[in-house]
Ligand binder design. Structure first.
Ligand code: ADP
Ligand code: MG
Length: 283
């Protein structure tokens, strides 16, 4: 059974004195357990609205959303769905509630009414998983942006979700903080088998996912491996999206008649392909 499934999901925001705004126009998407999916698309295309459907913060106005087979529209499923799917938002300051790091991480498990020993264990494990154990007695407000976001992630994983949705978690961070958070996300997926859905504007981050889904105007436009999706440089640019820099460099060199593959993602792959062409010419 898939972790998440959207079946022809439609959604509109209702307004007081205006016509409703249709935001999702028939989304079909399956996220398998243990996978790492990046969700791309320019501002306003409906990414956050879709993400909120996956932990029952919003309910579809048409179609169905299933979380481990549970229909989010059934009221009895709201609580179990929210326990299975954790959400991390863009601004860590909006997610931190306490003045001490470990108390902050304990907040969720405490609300679950777990016994103190279990809470202690979950907090320790969650802080270790985001590599923030050394800061457990610190005040979150004195941490760097990347450290704060890792504490926010610890607070979510201390709830033991099966899946974590991250809505532009690195958008407010400096490059170092972004790297820390990204390393944490990759580790949770690879080492703990957590299902990850990452909404991001950074193509280098999306390139690390197993799968890239591109949305436009409330629909899914592309769905494939990072190589398959990013190879379509012109199509993505027409949507106002970028591609990873190595992919863009190869595309620019191809325009100058240098025969390079379209589906290279990393600087290393790009360098290896260029070296190969140079050696071909020498031979
Ligand atoms: N809470 C809300 N109430 C009304 N309209 C909203 C709300 N949230 C988002 N919208 C509108 O829905 C559209 C899609 O927004 P969103 O899902 O946030 O897109 P994205 O995350 O891709 O930028 C936008 O036009 C936005 O203005
Ligand atoms: Mg958004």
């Amino acid at each position: 059974m898939p972790m998440l499934k959207a079946e022809d999901v439609r959604f509109q925001y209702e307004y007081e004195n205006e016509a409703p705004q249709i935001v999702l126009r028939g989304i079909n998407l399956t996220v398998e357990k243990g996978s790492f999916v990046a969700l791309l698309g320019h501002n306003g295309c409906g990414k956050s609205t879709l993400a909120k459907h996956f932990n029952a913060l919003l309910l579809p106005t048409g179609g169905r959303v299933l979380v481990e087979g549970m229909d989010t529209a059934a009221e009895a499923n709201t609580y179990p769905v929210r326990r299975l799917v954790g959400m991390v938002l863009q601004n860590p300051d909006n997610q931190l509630v306490s003045t001490i790091v470990e108390e902050d991480v304990a907040f969720g498990p405490e609300n679950l009414g777990l016994p103190p020993a279990e809470i202690r264990q979950r907090v320790d494990e969650a802080l270790a998983a985001v590599d923030m154990t050394a800061y457990k007695d610190h005040s979150p407000h004195k941490l760097s942006g990347g450290q704060k976001q890792r504490v926010a992630i610890a607070g979510v994983i201390a709830m033991h979700p099966d899946c974590i949705l991250l809505d532009e978690p690195t958008a407010m961070l400096d490059p170092k903080g972004r790297q820390e958070v990204l390393d944490t996300i990759c580790r949770l997926n690879r080492e703990q088998g957590m299902t990850v859905v990452l909404i991001t504007h950074y193509m280098e981050e999306a390139a690390l996912a197993d799968r890239v889904v591109v949305m436009e105007g409330g629909m899914v436009l592309e769905d494939g491996t990072p190589r398959q999706v990013f190879a379509q440089v012109d199509k993505l640019r027409a949507l106002g999206l970028d591609v990873p820099q190595p992919t863009a460099l190869c595309a620019a060199l191809r325009q100058h008649g240098i025969d390079l593959p379209a589906d290279l993602l990393t600087p290393e792959e790009c360098a290896a392909a260029l070296v190969q062409r140079i050696q071909d010419r020498k031979a």
